[in-house]
Ligand binder design. Structure first.
Ligand SMILES: *Cc1c(COP(=O)(O)O)cnc(C)c1O
Length: 383
């Protein structure tokens, strides 16, 4: 495939060749743990499947192509990928992370890595220059999530990259919410991009997986070493499912975006709806940055109901019929989530509330069903 192929062509073909033995157009599921060697050490690049598996290699090359990256690694979950990135650091090192962060990242940073002596500063990055106030001689990494989960803050990746470069920090961007179709952080100056592949890349709510892409060979070598040494590697069946899922990523994302736009407008006009968080609104505080660094605004929206109690919010959340009340996001089916008790339950209440994750906030992952059915469902649920 031509290196310069456009996104939709890469989504379908990158990293994949017809199977050399049969011509099968789909990459086989190499369900094997080991590979036979001719003489000790003489093999075709595959020795043991924790280190390498051909189905996984095809997927790693495909995801890397979508991020315009030289190198890709797939992990058994998004958390496995983040874990490997933090393991590049040493006791005494400090990380500056976005304050509105995926709950599982916050939990891993504070409960797993802080006891090993790595310090995390959770910082409001709405104005990226605020990051500078937290940099000291021990700071090694800048961890950015944008759009943020669940309050849809937009963080200026280019500005973060300039700050990171000036202080020799590794800039990591969790690109899960945007997917490589809407945003390519490496092109904006990030050093490492991380994905929960479970979400838009997989796209069908049937796989848990993570990925890392980078153009920095030194970081790649470190990460590949951690990947093989610590072993959070995905199996071939899951790799196959994601290769298949990615073939429609661009088509799915277009629909997620158009459905998201329609629902954001519907919610904002609804007399019973109070706040609506969606980066596509022209009065969103960082709308211009979203426009500059994203291709479109995605299908993630959060909102609150006017004057509703927690009980009333729960009643509404329990009435949906086309949406499903569930954790996760990015699948073809629409999901409704209550962050305070579900995805963000691991963040202390006072920390959550500082960034707007109140007990009455509802998050939607708008799927690709017919928009009329989605709006009718919200209409009957909100009442
Ligand atoms: C889900 C998610 C993760 C964690 O990924 P898993 O695949 O669930 O381990 C990390 N970051 C963001 C933004 C997520 O939504």
């Amino acid at each position: 495939m031509n290196e310069k192929a456009a996104f939709g062509t890469k989504a379908i073909h990158a990293g994949q060749e017809p199977d050399p033995t049969t011509g099968a157009i789909m990459t086989p599921i190499y369900q094997t743990s080991t590979y036979v060697q001719e003489r000790p050490g003489k093999h075709k690049g595959y020795a043991y499947a924790r280190g390498k598996n051909p189905t996984r290699s095809a997927l790693e090359n495909c995801i890397a192509a979508l991020e315009n990256a030289q190198h890709g690694l797939c992990f058994s979950s998004g958390q496995g990928a983040s874990d490997a990135i933090i393991k590049m650091l040493r006791p005494g090192d400090e990380v500056i992370a976005t304050n509105d962060l995926y709950g599982g990242s916050y939990r891993m940073f504070t409960k797993i890595f802080e006891p090993f002596g790595i310090k995390f500063n959770f910082v409001n990055m709405y104005d990226a220059s605020n990051i500078k106030n937290y940099i000291n001689a021990n700071t090694k990494m800048l961890w950015v999530e944008t759009p943020t989960n669940p309050t849809m803050q937009i963080i200026d990746i280019k500005a973060c990259a300039e700050i990171a470069k000036a202080s020799s920090l590794i800039l990591v961007v969790d690109n899960t919410f945007a997917s490589p179709y809407l945003q390519n952080p490496l092109a904006l100056g990030a050093d490492i991009v991380m994905h929960s592949v479970t979400k838009y890349l997989g796209g069908h709510s049937d796989v848990v997986m993570g990925a890392i892409c980078t153009n920095n060979k030194e970081y790649y070598d470190q990460l590949a070493f951690i990947h093989n040494s610590c072993g959070a590697t995905p199996g071939p069946m899951d790799s196959f499912l994601v290769l298949r899922g990615i073939k429609t990523l661009h088509v799915r994302m277009d629909r997620h975006c158009s459905n998201g736009k329609a629902i954001a407008a519907y919610l904002r006009a609804h007399p019973k709806v109070d706040k609506v968080y969606w980066p596509g609104f022209p009065d969103h505080p960082n709308h211009d940055i979203a426009k500059a660094q994203m291709k479109d605004f995605g299908g993630m929206i959060s909102f609150t109901l006017k004057g509703a109690s927690v009980e009333e919010t729960f009643d509404m959340a329990s009435r949906v019929k086309v949406f499903s009340l569930a954790e996760s996001l990015g699948g073809v089916e629409s999901l409704l989530n209550h962050p305070a008790t579900m995805t963000h339950a691991s963040i202390p209440k006072e920390e959550r509330e500082k960034v707007g994750v109140t007990d009455t906030l509802i998050r939607l992952s708008v799927g690709i069903e017919d928009i009329h059915d989605l709006i009718a469902d919200l209409e009957q649920a909100i009442g």
